[in-house]
Design a protein around this ligand. Structure first.
Ligand SMILES: [Zn+2]
Length: 220
């Protein structure tokens, strides 16, 4: 996967919604302060990107700021087309220490990059909106929640998470299998619950996982 490049429309979007983040096309980075307000609603299993009046006083409503560095160069971008995202304010190490856990338990890889989830299929049209609202803010919302209320609360009160390493990959394949079973067609809402059409959501990933599943095992 090559370096991630964004359209002018996307860089405008970033300026509008995250004015404290700077897109540096030369250095192939986005750096600065990621600030957000978000609220997770367990009932609908959705993360809302503003705190509606009803939820504003609940503990699910979090407003926070993280110092981040998002690397878009080809060495940092994964096979799936996602960039490498780093928390550079030193908070995650403190959160891990306070909870007496390792950074991996907070979904940080050994090199300090955030694990944004599991996906094998290249995400060809990764927009800024999808990158921030779909991947980065959920990650930092969870981190912020964990800092405030602890790891157990995050596990009990937020959305489910994959295990680390191979176990997580097996869980991902199971989730994909469940999507295959529930699937009702390319143009129908994706069974993952995203609210968008299957063909624009999980279809590529389903195909990618199935392709690997069906690979014949090597003869002895
Ligand atoms: Zn989906």
């Amino acid at each position: 996967m090559g370096a991630l490049r964004f359209s002018q429309e996307d860089t405008k979007w970033l300026k509008t919604y995250f004015p404290n983040l700077r897109y540096d096309a030369g250095a192939q980075k986005i750096v600065g302060e990621l600030d957000f307000c978000a609220a997770y609603d367990k009932g609908s299993d959705r993360l809302e990107f503003e705190c509606e009046s009803g939820i504003r006083r609940s503990r699910a409503c979090l407003c926070d700021v993280f110092e981040v560095e998002i690397r878009l160069d080809s060495n940092s971008t994964g096979e799936n087309g996602w960039p490498a995202v780093y928390e550079v304010g030193g908070r995650f190490a403190k959160i891990a220490e306070k909870n007496n856990i390792e950074p991996i338990d907070l979904h940080f890889f050994e090199d300090g990059a955030c694990c944004l989830g599991i996906r094998y299929a290249p995400e060809k049209k990764l927009t800024m909106s999808r990158l921030f609202y779909g991947l980065i803010i959920p990650f930092f919302y969870r981190l912020s929640f964990t800092e405030r209320y602890g790891l157990t609360a995050a596990r009990n009160e937020l959305w489910g998470e994959y295990s680390h390493g191979d176990a997580g990959h097996r869980e991902h394949v199971k989730a994909i299998e469940a999507i295959v079973q529930k699937n009702s067609g390319r143009n129908h809402p994706c069974p993952c619950g995203s609210g968008i059409k299957f063909k624009n959501c999980c279809q590529d990933e389903v195909n990618e996982v199935l392709r690997h599943q069906m690979r014949p095992t090597r003869a002895k």
